[in-house]
Design a protein around this ligand. Structure first.
Ligand SMILES: Cc1cc2nc3c(=O)[nH]c(=O)nc-3n(C[C@H](O)[C@H](O)[C@H](O)COP(=O)(O)OP(=O)(O)OC[C@H]3O[C@@H](n4cnc5c(N)ncnc54)[C@H](O)[C@@H]3O)c2cc1C
Length: 384
């Protein structure tokens, strides 16, 4: 089914809560709707939008916003240890994560609570706590606007990298993703060594002791998948926690821990408009990193340690750290603010911030960091 709304208000459809309109909003509920759309008659340009959680609308959009409200899902057993789940592009990604955890299937638990829809997960290569979407995506189905046909895209051809893919570069605007297939595992594969997950599990007091784990909550993903498809049972992972002993973990335990960490650090989009991390974390050469360390030690004393991660030949320096060092934590520009609990996030603090308030703050941050550290920060949030 195709639904059309002329001159549509988008303020409830972007998590930054920008009060903007588009000339036409089109929503399709089935793949078959795409070939019969009169593409040439649509106001141009056409923007495919999911949940609007990585977008900053800078003004009214003169063209068509197309939303995939395709919400079917299908499950197939690949082997005794693996399952494939194909989700329509419009499925809320966290509903899929909740469902997988409730079924005891390993794979997406570290990506829990990331806003947005399944279609965008394959565009953005969303990532959190040491896991990226590319680690679990096994297939992508899309409408090719250039060739006017459906295609099945191999993720190996998508040039996935840190929050990027060909969908954001050379394929920009070409493919409308209709479904994504994820490969999930029944064999435990906990990834705990990133962003305090291990500590959160240990400290939460919720970590079950061996033999006393409650069964997974089968209700969490209800409604997303037809009844009677699940219930394969959970294989737990025996993980050694120094001081606590060996503990038995299910994917739902890790999901719960990650939800706890995220809720403490990130603004809930229902309460405070944002698009998550506003900037990408830059990667610099070793020589450049040494210069950053020297500057940081001038500011903070000779023993100061700069947070960083080794990535291939370079060093990733958290943009949040630089933003804080430049004194921007909590800084305001009109209704926009650098979020106090996580300076990588810019929020619509007043609820009525304009795009210019946000862009003004973005430019102040970019300028200050370029001046102090010689780094040009690039926004992760897409400006429309
Ligand atoms: C509070 C908060 C926390 C966040 N935390 C994280 C995090 O931890 N990790 C992370 O990676 N991201 C995070 N994000 C960013 C955001 O959630 C992701 O980028 C998400 O994938 C965006 O999904 P969406 O459906 O809202 O996509 P949108 O913002 O609507 O679109 C994003 C891009 O995908 C394209 N697109 C969307 N759907 C389709 C489709 N069906 N076919 C083709 N192209 C499509 C759009 O054209 C656009 O280019 C966070 C955002 C917020 C607000």
């Amino acid at each position: 089914m195709v639904t059309r709304y002329d001159n549509c208000d988008l303020s409830g459809r972007n998590t930054f809560r920008m009060k903007v309109k588009c000339a036409l909003f089109v929503e399709v509920t089935a793949e078959e709707d795409l070939p019969v759309l009169d593409w040439d008659a649509l106001p141009q340009p056409v923007l495919v939008m999911g949940g609007g959680s990585n977008l900053l609308f800078t003004k009214d959009f003169p063209g068509t916003v197309l939303h995939m409200a395709i919400c079917h899902s299908e499950r197939s057993e690949e082997s005794r240890s693996e399952e494939s789940v194909t989700c329509g592009a419009g499925v809320v990604f966290d509903d899929f994560c909740a469902w997988a955890a409730s079924e005891g299937l390993w794979g997406p638990e570290n990506l829990s609570l990331i806003p947005g829809e399944v279609g965008a997960s394959a565009v953005q290569n969303i990532g959190a706590y040491g896991v990226e979407a590319k680690d679990i995506i096994s297939g992508i189905r899309a409408w090719d606007r250039q060739e006017a046909c459906f295609v099945d895209i191999d993720p190996a051809d998508c040039a996935y990298g840190y929050r990027t893919s060909k969908f954001k570069t050379e394929w920009k605007g070409r493919f409308v993703i209709t479904a994504v297939t994820y490969r999930l595992s029944r064999t435990p594969q906990p990834r705990l060594d990133y962003g305090g997950v291990r500590e959160a599990l240990e400290e939460s007091g919720k970590v079950p002791v061996p033999g006393t784990c409650p069964p997974p909550d089968m209700g969490r993903g209800r409604g997303l998948f037809p009844k009677g498809m699940g219930g394969a049972g959970t294989e737990r992972s025996e993980v050694e926690f120094p001081g606590t002993g060996t503990l038995s973990l299910a994917p739902g335990d890790i999901r719960d821990a990650i939800i706890g960490i995220r809720q403490a650090k990130l603004p809930a989009v229902e309460e405070l408009g944002s698009a998550g991390s506003f900037f990408c974390n830059p990667v610099v050469s070793r020589e450049h990193f040494e210069r950053i360390v020297a500057t940081a030690r001038e500011d903070n004393g000779p023993d100061y340690q700069v947070p960083h991660y080794e990535v291939g030949d370079g060093i990733k320096v958290p943009a949040a750290w630089m933003i804080e060092q430049c004194g921007f934590k909590g800084a305001r520009n009109g209704g926009a603010q650098v979020y106090q609990n996580q300076p990588l996030v810019i929020v619509n603090a007043s609820g009525t911030a304009s795009p210019q308030d946000i862009i003004g703050l973005e430019n102040q941050v970019i300028q200050a960091i370029a001046q102090k550290y010689g780094i040009t920060l690039h926004p992760e949030v897409e400006h429309v």
